[in-house]
Design a protein around this ligand. Structure first.
Ligand SMILES: Cc1ncc(C[n+]2csc(CCOP(=O)(O)OP(=O)(O)O)c2C)c(N)n1
Length: 315
């Protein structure tokens, strides 16, 4: 279906309002936009690892999910949904289903549950090629338990377990490149995207991921006002700056072919992205200029590598 914002916005909401996610959190927008890519007549079986999204949208006996929803442990979100998908296929083969609609299998996980704790089950489900989509909403820390660093936390970010003090300036290691790890699983479709301001990008990628046969992966930047310490109304701006500085490039990899979906005409300096966020404020202190320089060099290196990958895979 061709993307048309007006038409898509008329589709029924599959994540209802009234849940308890924070104001200014991007995760519910991500979920609603991804689920809007489902054909209205299709049903989804959705699994979610423990995290802000799960604890705030499914408090027994309440649920904000209109499709089937499985809360599963951190370690096995992908395994749980891949198991449900395998059972569905088996029942279909045995003609034991009187289904009137197609069922799609989707997992949501935060970066803690995806980059770190659930990585083995994610890798297994992707490698086995289950017909499912894994969506990581990457807010760059274990937000639900009080902003602990994860392997997705950017370098120098101040978190409760990588505090910016007088001796150590926030997280010391670079962010893990999970999207690349997923690409190396030889999946039919892997994409990196962003909500808000990029509805077309995320909507088309969600549709492709849901309706491409096999295991697909979406990595979505998910700003968190509590953990990133920006003013709530700045959500839109923060996402835009992540894309314009190439800290979070929008790209997709279809059967090994890279496509960068947006190339800024003039790449903005990383200061524009980090300045409005409390977690990076120590980087602007006298004597810490090297942190900004190192961060910029890392972003430039990754961006150049990505551009090369696009060239190499599209001869
Ligand atoms: C195995 C295990 N370890 C720790 C916890 C405690 N815990 C619950 S939510 C959470 C944070 C989740 O972080 P993330 O996956 O990044 O999602 P977010 O909360 O940021 O949305 C933690 C550590 C748990 N439930 N299970």
């Amino acid at each position: 279906m061709n993307y048309n914002l007006k038409e898509w916005s008329k589709k029924p909401e599959r994540l209802t309002g009234g849940h308890r996610m924070c104001a200014g959190c991007s995760a519910p927008t991500i979920v609603r936009t991804v689920l809007r890519a489902l054909k209205t007549e299709d049903h989804a079986v959705i699994g979610s690892a423990t995290g802000c999204l799960e604890v705030s949208t499914c408090l027994y006996p309440y649920t904000a999910w209109r499709d089937s929803f499985i809360h599963t442990a951190f370690e096995c979100a992908a395994a749980t949904v891949s198991g449900a998908q395998a059972a569905y296929e088996a029942l279909k083969r045995k003609n034991k289903l009187n289904q009137t609609c197609d069922i799609k299998f989707i997992t949501f996980g935060g970066d803690g549950g995806t980059y770190d704790i659930g990585l083995q089950s994610l890798s297994g489900a992707m490698e086995r090629g289950h017909d499912m989509v894994y969506v990581c909403y990457d807010n760059g820390a274990y937000m639900n338990t009080g902003i602990q660093r994860s392997s997705a936390t950017p370098t120098f970010a101040d978190t409760t377990t990588s505090p910016a003090g007088t001796k150590v300036g926030g997280k010391q290691q670079p962010k893990k490149d999970l999207t690349s790890i997923m690409v190396s699983h030889n999946l039919p479709y892997v994409a990196q995207t962003a909500p808000l301001g990029n509805f077309k990008d995320i909507s088309e990628k969600a549709e492709k991921a849901i309706y491409t046969k096999g295991a697909c992966f979406l990595n979505v930047i998910a700003p968190c006002p509590r953990g990133w310490r920006y003013e709530t109304p700045k959500l839109f701006e923060i996402i835009k700056l992540a894309v314009e500085t190439c800290i979070w490039p929008l790209y997709e990899v279809e059967n090994g072919k890279y496509k960068i979906n947006y190339k800024p005409k003039q790449k903005l300096p990383i200061e524009d992205f980090i300045k409005p966020q409390g977690r990076f404020q120590h980087m602007f202190k006298n004597g810490n200029e090297w942190m900004i320089k190192q961060f910029q060099e890392h972003v430039d290196k990754k961006w150049n590598e990505l551009c090369k990958l696009e060239d190499i895979t599209n001869p």
